[in-house]
Ligand binder design. Structure first.
Ligand SMILES: Nc1nc2c(ncn2[C@@H]2O[C@H](COP(=O)(O)OP(=O)(O)OP(=O)(O)O)[C@@H](O)[C@H]2O)c(=O)[nH]1
Ligand SMILES: [Mg+2]
Ligand SMILES: [Zn+2]
Length: 356
């Protein structure tokens, strides 16, 4: 490999293409991709190489109003050069896809985990029996992002029945590719490399699943900290922030810290895609508001009775369905509260205007 990298080539390797260039249009602003968010500072990678910048005034205000409008890892942003040599992040280019999780606890604000991802890899380690219900939740999150989900079963070297687990998963997760991989015997690694070469793969899953280890393996160097084999590390998170890594072989990977308490968004779209089989049954119930309990001609009950629909899967759907409905109600309440605040501010302004 030559030691000097062509700057345009670097942008291309990061995923910059004609569509992004057309979006940006003719401008003196420089494009760069966000690799890391560290409190107020954003690690970016652009034609000029890696750097760290803060937000410009417009974006600062937009992000204060709605955190979703601030840059997240994977975003394409524009850099503005000021006369006094300062550089700030000026704007976020419209996202093609974005992985969002509803914030758990407190407010109903949402958090952007990664943007412009082409594949979301839901990662689970075969050192233990993967929880289908947990995987379904993450698959729903992945569908919502707009990036195609795949399931990565890591540590396949530790399981004798890796292929059986994969087959089980494929039967409950229709249309999703399941990849068994191991950094010890190398299986599945090249498939992940292929997916990355086609764009950007974000890895999500529990702590200790082996996300950072897999990325190091693909990079061919220890660029990310991983859990020490000797530490028991129960419940410990090794990675503490999200990070975009450029692969020498092409494409990008996004490492994320182990996800706990993933909230789904309130649209229910990811859920419908994940449970397409359940949704198809519901469409066949005689009543459109069927509760699938005692109603006549209920397709769901019929499928549960003859085993076409797994009880565990149906219960998982019910639980996530309730959660999405609750999220939607909570968001409504927040919107009403915002509306009220805005109204009060306005009436206050009008009153002070009258007194002037
Ligand atoms: N046997 C085996 N162990 C693995 C494999 N991949 C990862 N591990 C081990 O799994 C442990 C956890 O790996 P990490 O990469 O730190 O896990 P992580 O998903 O990044 O965890 P967080 O950063 O906490 O979210 C480490 O001790 C790794 O050595 C594998 O393919 N086979
Ligand atoms: Mg990690
Ligand atoms: Zn029904």
């Amino acid at each position: 490999m030559p030691d000097s990298v062509d700057p345009d080539d670097l942008l291309t390797r990061l995923g910059w293409d004609d569509r992004w260039a057309a979006m940006l249009g003719p401008t003196a602003l420089r494009p760069a991709r966000v690799t890391r968010v560290d409190r107020g500072l954003y690690g970016v990678l652009g034609a000029a190489g890696p750097d760290r910048h803060g937000l410009g005034p417009n974006l600062l205000e937009a992000a204060a109003h709605d955190p979703l409008d601030g840059p997240c890892v994977g975003d394409w942003v524009t850099l503005r050069d000021w006369p006094d040599d300062r550089v700030t992040i000026d704007a976020v280019l419209p996202r093609r896809t974005v992985l969002v999780r509803a914030q758990v606890g407190g407010t109903s604000h949402e958090q952007a985990l990664a943007a412009n991802v082409t594949t979301t890899a839901v990662v689970a380690g075969l050192d233990q029996q993967p929880s289908m219900t947990k995987l379904e939740r993450l698959i729903a999150l992945a569908w919502e992002s707009g990036a195609a989900p795949v399931v990565l079963l890591t540590k396949a070297d530790l399981a004798r029945d890796a292929d059986d687990v994969a087959a089980d998963l494929m039967s409950v997760a229709p249309g999703i590719e399941v990849i068994c991989c191991s950094v010890l015997d190398g299986r599945g690694i090249e498939r992940v490399r292929e997916l990355a070469a086609a764009g950007t793969v974000a890895l999500v899953g529990s702590s200790g699943a082996g996300k950072s280890t897999l990325i190091n393996e693909l990079v061919g160097a220890d660029v990310l900290a991983t859990r020490d084999i000797r530490s028991d590390g129960r419940g410990r998170h090794t990675s503490v922030r999200r990070e975009l890594v450029l692969l020498p072989s092409g494409g990008c990977l996004v490492d994320t810290p182990g996800l706990r308490g993933v909230g789904l968004s309130d649209t229910g779209e990811g859920l419908a895609a994940t449970f397409a089989d359940v949704e198809a049954l519901i469409a066949q119930c005689r009543f459109t508001d069927c509760a699938h309990e005692t109603e006549p001609d209920c397709a769901v009950r019929a499928a549960l009775d003859d085993g076409r629909l797994d009880v565990r899967r149906y219960e998982s759907w019910q639980k996530l369905q309730r959660e999405v409905a609750w999220m939607a109600r909570r968001k409504d309440a927040r919107l009403r509260a915002d509306e009220l605040k805005r109204w009060k501010r306005r009436t206050k302004d009008q009153r002070s205007a009258r007194h002037r």
